[in-house]
Ligand binder design. Sequence first.
Ligand code: CP
Length: 303
Amino acid sequence: VNHLLGIKYITPQDIELIFETADHFKEVINRPIKKVPSLRDITIANIFFENSTRTKLSFELAQKRLSADVISFSAAQSSVKKGETLIDTVNNILSMKVDMVVMRHSNPGAAHFLSRNVKASIINAGDGAHEHPTQALLDSYSIRERLGSVAGKKVVIVGDILHSRVALSNIFALQMQGAEVRVCGPNTLIPKYIESLGVKVESNLRQALEWCDVANMLRVQNERLDFNYFPSTREYAQQYGLDKALLDSLDKEIIVMHPGPINRGVEITSDVADSNQSVILDQVENGVAVRMAVTYLLASKIK
Ligand code: CP
């Protein structure tokens, strides 16, 4: 398949190959000359219908490090605002001899829809509350880097599971690699189907942290919540926020992850985000190598 639409559609062998390839590219981007000529003959369009800092810049940088030609498109400044459809938009971009499309969209299934309707390789950079496959790959890669492997590790995903594409992709990726996954959060933010995925729900943050090796603290997606949603930000921070006192009171050293952007003082306090136990900026750094690997492996199938 010439697409990366979700973790659900790839295999543990695919993940291992992506990680081995990312190991190579991580070494490359730490050299004085950070570029390789691998994709000189490939043109990639990054089309973002939702805001992004990390994913958009990280894909762009990954593509440039591979020597691909890159064009970037933000829906807010485009003719989408004049009513142009998704398929028309992408087909017009493809007629400029583009080979691959990286897309973020607010609708779950948008990347699948595109893959069925246009002739290009599609990478899903986040589709609504569905999947964010490259985020899950870079998260697992960062666990593997810090703890040696993902297999056998206990990972708790904390917070707004209901609105999170990061949670679903992480659950698939972690389980596929032999990790045990739990979720923790207020029951208003835990989807009903979660236990059918083999994921236990823990409502008490301290108990969840005492169980885990890794805590992935998700952002509360305020933009997707009603004004009167329970819990309030203050209640959320009190019950599900991770501060240094709680982290230091655990009888082992866990690692703390966050996909960003952080609501400092809500999901985690600054002293946790900036501590030695936090791998948040490692996640961002690894995102470039992992996205280089995904792009390189997909492009090698269309060359
Ligand atoms: N983690 C993540 O997807 O961040 P952005 O929304 O900034 O891309």
